[in-house]
Design a protein around this ligand. Structure first.
Ligand code: KIV
Ligand code: NA
Length: 265
């Protein structure tokens, strides 16, 4: 079957269906997730944390996004592949956003870009869309603004949060966003936003009322053995499997059990 397109996610929403997104940063992992049926893969700027070992996403560059995005596109046949516009690549002007979005699509083969920000980015979304770049808007907690937001906090807890977030989402939809991702938002608020929009929504720490869900795979599947956010469910302990494999490999090398005849020329 052909690769997923925006229209398929629109159809899923209209049919009352759900879909799954995972982060991904390399070709082999991408091939596994693609084969497993994950509908959409995100080269998140979370690669700053989980691949590059940094304490935030702020240092991630366009070059980083291009390197890892190419790998994920190469590893997939089916998944709708999305990449983040990194911090500093779109905020200065509509022109900067369009140039960065086009570059990311042109140099990697991804199907859409994701951009953090609210109504102030409606003009950017409109111009990107007009230029042929599909945009997923990202609201709620936006990690690139951690220093303005005062750390990792649930957004949309104020009394009129639902009204504010619905209005914001409608502006982004009107600007041309193909989907809306909400991070760390109360479940009720996110559900209300999904219901108010015609476009699909994707949630992370946003309850079950969004059309799709996304998680950082290293957090959800246990490659990251450090602290993970409370909204992350552990579906596997890949880190333990790797650790066991490494220990066994070392033991066999030290005892001269590996390589044996079968693995020698
Ligand atoms: O960078 C990322 O992985 C993300 C998701 C957490 C939504 O933006
Ligand atoms: Na991100």
């Amino acid at each position: 079957p052909a690769r997923y397109r925006t229209v398929h996610f629109q159809q899923m929403k209209e049919a009352g269906g759900k879909f799954a997104m995972l982060t991904c940063y390399d070709a082999l992992t991408a091939a596994i997730f693609d084969e497993a049926g994950i509908e959409t893969l995100l080269i998140g700027d979370s690669l700053g944390n989980v691949v590059q070992g940094q304490s935030s996403t702020l240092g991630v560059t366009m070059e980083d996004m291009i390197t890892f995005s190419k790998a994920v596109v190469a590893g997939t046949d089916r998944a709708f592949v999305v990449a983040d516009l990194p911090f500093g690549s779109y905020e200065a002007s509509v022109e900067q956003a369009v140039a960065s979005g086009i570059r990311l699509v042109k140099e990697t083969g991804i199907s859409a870009i994701k951009m953090e920000g609210g109504v102030e980015y409606a003009p950017h979304i409109q111009a990107l869309t007009a230029a042929g770049v599909a945009v997923i808007a990202h609201t709620g907690f936006t990690p690139q603004s951690e220093h303005v937001l005062g750390g990792f906090r649930v957004q949309g807890r104020e009394d009129d949060a639902t009204q504010r977030m619905v209005q914001e989402a409608q502006v982004l939809q009107e600007a041309g966003a193909t989907m809306l991702l909400m991070e760390m938002v109360p479940a009720e608020v996110a559900a209300a936003v999904d219901q108010a929009l015609t476009i699909p929504t994707i949630g992370i720490g946003a309850g079950s009322g969004t059309t799709g869900q996304v998680l950082v795979w290293q957090d959800a599947f246990g490659l990251n053995r450090g602290r993970v956010p409370s909204f992350v469910k552990r579906f596997a302990e890949v880190g333990d499997a790797l650790s066991d494999a490494a220990k066994q490999y070392r033991e066999e090398v030290l005892k001269a059990e590996f390589p044996d005849d079968e693995h020698s020329f």
